[in-house]
Design a protein around this ligand. Structure first.
Ligand code: ZN
Ligand code: FE
Ligand code: FE
Ligand code: ZN
Length: 265
């Protein structure tokens, strides 16, 4: 099993140190695990969701040291990743930040619509100012743009808009289709992310219909727990695997130096 999405205490809203995550991954029997802490965002985006920009060198050094140590002690394999926000008005800054390090994988995430971090539990009141259909349309538009940008290897939690239970009135499948087309055209993978099971929506991201659309279009899939504590490492990935099989996938992709390689499910 691979788990390509997890955070550590560096981001300020997760707990636990790398060694504890790796120990948890070992206990869970993971073959590969990838740290993907949040990439610092340029001002005026809020600074409290990520590590500080000046902590990036230490983050990278810590992952590489942890990877070497895990290698010497019999696994699991530890990869260097990052979760970068889709910030359409700050693309050059994100390009520069991503180019500074030799990541194994770059996850791209839509967490912001304009200045609203719609996945922040402290900002849920703003859902009331949207018609759900408008919100869903805007969210999937941004997700398609994120995929098409070419910045990312994977689009993470691809229907995060449902996190707090928001549901469109319209049938969402046309948006799923457009998302799958954008991913396929960009050669970007879709992430099956079990963190939704721990959120109010209590579902894996993405919905089965979105994953099926990706499968029909030949979009590669990967998987991650989005752990924000050591206890969450690998959690729910058995269900993620079942969803992938149900959607018709027989393999997922793992990344090294941003090159995808298939791993049988
Ligand atoms: Zn986080
Ligand atoms: Fe995220
Ligand atoms: Fe994450
Ligand atoms: Zn995430």
């Amino acid at each position: 099993m691979i788990d390509l999405h997890m955070h550590t205490s560096r981001c300020g809203h997760a707990s636990g140190e790398m060694a504890e995550y790796i120990e948890a991954g070992r206990v869970r029997g993971l073959d590969v695990m990838c740290f993907t802490d949040h990439l610092p965002m340029p001002a005026p985006y809020p600074q409290h969701y990520t590590m500080r920009a000046d902590e990036m060198p230490a983050y990278v050094a810590d992952v590489l040291a942890a990877a070497a140590q895990a290698r010497d002690s019999g696994g699991p394999e530890v990869l260097l990743g990052i979760e970068a926000d889709w910030l359409p008005d700050a693309i050059p800054a994100v390009v520069d930040s991503l180019a500074a390090y030799d990541f194994d994988v770059v996850l791209g995430s839509v967490h912001f619509l304009g200045d609203w971090a719609f996945d922040d539990p402290d900002l849920v009141a703003r859902y009331d100012s949207w018609r759900p259909d408008d919100l869903w349309e805007r969210y999937f538009e941004e997700t398609a743009h994120a995929a098409a940008s070419g910045l990312f290897d994977v689009i993470a939690h691809p229907d995060l808009v449902k996190k707090f239970g928001s549901r469109s009135e319209r049938d969402p499948r046309p948006w799923y289709e457009l998302t799958a087309i954008a991913l396929a055209d960009a050669g970007c993978a879709v992430e099956v992310n079990s963190a939704g099971l721990r959120k109010p929506v209590a579902e894996i991201y993405p919905a089965l219909d979105l994953l099926k659309a990706c499968r029909r279009r030949g979009v590669p899939a990967t998987m991650g727990s989005d752990a924000h504590s050591p206890a969450e490492v690998g959690e729910g990935l058995d269900l993620a695997r079942e969803l992938l099989l149900e959607a018709g996938y027989t393999a997922v992709v793992c990344f090294r130096k941003r090159v995808a390689r298939e791993v049988a499910l």
